[in-house]
Design a protein around this ligand. Structure first.
Ligand SMILES: O=C1O[C@H](COP(=O)(O)O)[C@@H](O)[C@H](O)[C@H]1O
Length: 236
């Protein structure tokens, strides 16, 4: 478990968006200065959208930035549930390289996970940054309870992505997923979480208290993190 998990509290989502976008922008600039490029993973769902709007408005050398989603719902590109579609809307116009991790050709969710893992092998690892979200049920990226949970948490460290069938399926997006593995997430050089609302805060606090045997996926990820983790929170 990282010795340093720091909470950053904001008055509202707009204030949080400005602060998190500033932090991500700093990581991107530093990576470009250091090695001429940057690879980041951004969470899906609705919470981070104001952050992406702010970040996309930041003057950066976007052509040197590669963005992957932390996880993807297995739906066609353009579907309202597609994480990469929302991320692409924000960053493709800036010239960033936005890489989907799910191809419509995948036969089943496990094959989709294997294809994503192979595709991710072409990128520069470890990630310069991973921004995670957390669901009200304590899932993070698409690490959910179910038949693939153990592999997502304890699979071989070189496995960066895998297919996941959440059980139970989350009502807000009841579909199979592809997710970064815990190993890929915690190897990132910078790890941040952005969440809103009291319920998610309580879940994360409980998960941290439970430690390495946490019943929540976010607890299992945080328990394996070695670098400091910033948790950004606003009430709504
Ligand atoms: O399904 C997902 O949910 C989480 C949380 O999403 P939010 O809309 O409650 O912010 C998200 O982090 C993940 O990437 C997504 O696929």
């Amino acid at each position: 478990m990282s010795d340093e998990i720091e909470w950053w509290d904001y008055d509202d989502a707009a204030e949080m968006a400005a602060a998190v976008a500033g932090d991500i922008g700093f990581v991107i600039e530093s990576a470009i200065d250091a090695r001429g490029g940057c690879v980041i993973a951004l969470s899906g769902g609705k919470t981070p959208l104001p952050i992406y709007e702010k970040l996309a408005a930041t003057k950066l050398d976007w052509k040197r930035v590669t963005i992957i989603p932390t996880d993807e719902r297995i739906v066609p590109l353009g579907d309202p549930l597609s994480n990469i579609t929302a991320i692409g809307k924000a960053f493709l116009p800036k010239g960033a390289r936005v890489i989907p991790i799910v191809s419509e050709a995948a036969k089943d969710y496990r094959a989709a996970g294997k294809a994503a893992d192979a595709r991710l092998g072409d990128l520069h690892w470890p990630l310069d940054l991973c921004l995670l979200g957390v669901g009200a049920d304590g899932h993070t990226a698409s690490i959910f309870p179910g038949p693939d949970f153990d592999e997502a948490i304890n699979g071989p460290r070189e496995r960066r992505a895998l297919g996941v069938m959440p059980d139970p399926l989350p009502p807000e997006a009841p579909v199979a997923r592809v997710t970064l593995s815990r190993a890929a997430i915690v190897s990132a050089k910078a790890l941040m979480i952005a969440v809103t609302g009291d319920a998610k805060r309580k879940v994360i606090e409980a998960a941290i208290k439970q430690g390495p045997s946490s019943s929540y996926p976010i607890g299992r990820v945080l328990a394996d993190a070695e670098l400091p983790v910033d948790i950004h929170w606003s009430p709504a």
